[in-house]
Design a protein around this ligand. Sequence first.
Ligand code: ADP
Ligand code: MG
Length: 475
Amino acid sequence: MDDTFLGAWTLAEKAIKEECKIEGPQKLLECENWFDLKYITHEEPKTPDAPHIIKVSTSSGFSWKTLKERGYIDRITSRLKSATKLDNIELVPHYEQDELDFGLDARPILNNIKIDNTEPNPLPQRHFRANTTLYDEYTFDNFITSEGSSTDYAYKMALAVAAKPGDLANPILFYGGVGLGKTHLMNAIGNYIIQNATEPKKVCYTQSESFLNEFTSSLFQQKNASVFKNKYRRLDVLLLDDIQFLQGKEGIQQELFYIFEELYKNHKQMVFASDRPLSEIAQMEERLVSRLSGTCLDLQPPDFETRCAIIGKTLEAKDLVVPMEVIHSIAQKEASNVRALKGAVTKVIGYAQVMHTPITVQVVEKLLGKTGENVDNGRISILDIIEETAKLFKITSADLKAKKRDKTRALARQVAMFLGKELTDLTLTDIGRELGGRDHTTVMHGIDKITTEIISNPDLTNTLDAIRRAIKSKK
Ligand code: ADP
Ligand code: MG
């Protein structure tokens, strides 16, 4: 039976490539670059109603979903069905790219979270004077998240707030490192409100630095002082970015407090962003901190699959199709923030255009360094640690990162956390992310456990030594 399936597979694959050729050079290019499915096995149905399972290998969860989205999975499945005369065939992927635990139900790619725009705005959009301080290219539509991540929660909350400004959560505060999408989401809220409101809304997005400058210059002119006050106290939506900038600046903090009270009383939506927790902003008035805190939305660095989706989207916007391995390779190099990731893609595209060369993994490595260099900023990569730890515990790297909590995996994971801290420059947040998206408190707890355990457990000390040796011998 397996031979039948393998034969059918080979024919189906060939036919699809032929079809793509007919559909045009762009489709052929896409097919050649992305179609990386390989037949592994066939499993007979377990019950009369169950399907025939065809296991296939593919390079990553991202690749599988891209192929699905582009219709390749349906195409090959239907060809297999007609070749074998069976109507119950299901393809099940196995990911070669041993990154994070992609589930089939996992994350959306290429922005498949769509805002429901089925009810068109009854009024022409030009009806309102869009506030010119909003960046109109930052929308919910082009913000990519992975289902279940804290960024995804922030995104969904932002969307919900934009749909019901002043009502659902007021104020909200985005918090997260640079380049993780705070400014993007704030502007998306503003743009959404302006586009969907049934009556004109006064929406203002501003950086704290401009806010301060505007305030300071108003102080010198009696007339302008009231202009400033009236402008901000009469807003419908205030989007104030980078409020860490206000630290130690008493005058503006006081003014913001009054604006806050006025807007809050009138149920006007406020959105703030800060690159650090408010508790870490020194010299910020307590009464302001307690008010601004509101609903805190934490933005985290994107995981591997989301990075691939962002790269894919950026390339798509430029009509470029590159091999899947190139997308993977860029995603492996820039892990810290989206701005850097987009910058890396732009750099690669620019180089290829100027040098008239195709975008290959070699080009990426030449421009961005070898895999892992940027991810861990150190000699030893967390990927090596994961690999060697998993090997010693006789599990796979995917097992080590998976959500399961049995003793062996939990211990292996804690060992990897401990060695991650010892041997790389990564932060606890970075380590947690690489180990299947765990937060930094889990990593801290894991490290503490191993630190305590090695005192009384010589076996564990030996295990750690063996892993250290294995990692170093690879270098
Ligand atoms: P922050 O304000 O947190 O420093 P920005 O909002 O300015 O970060 O984001 C930096 C860049 O990365 C912008 O070009 C933004 O559009 C992009 N970006 C950030 N997060 C995402 C995301 N999840 N999906 C798509 N683009 C993103
Ligand atoms: Mg910003």
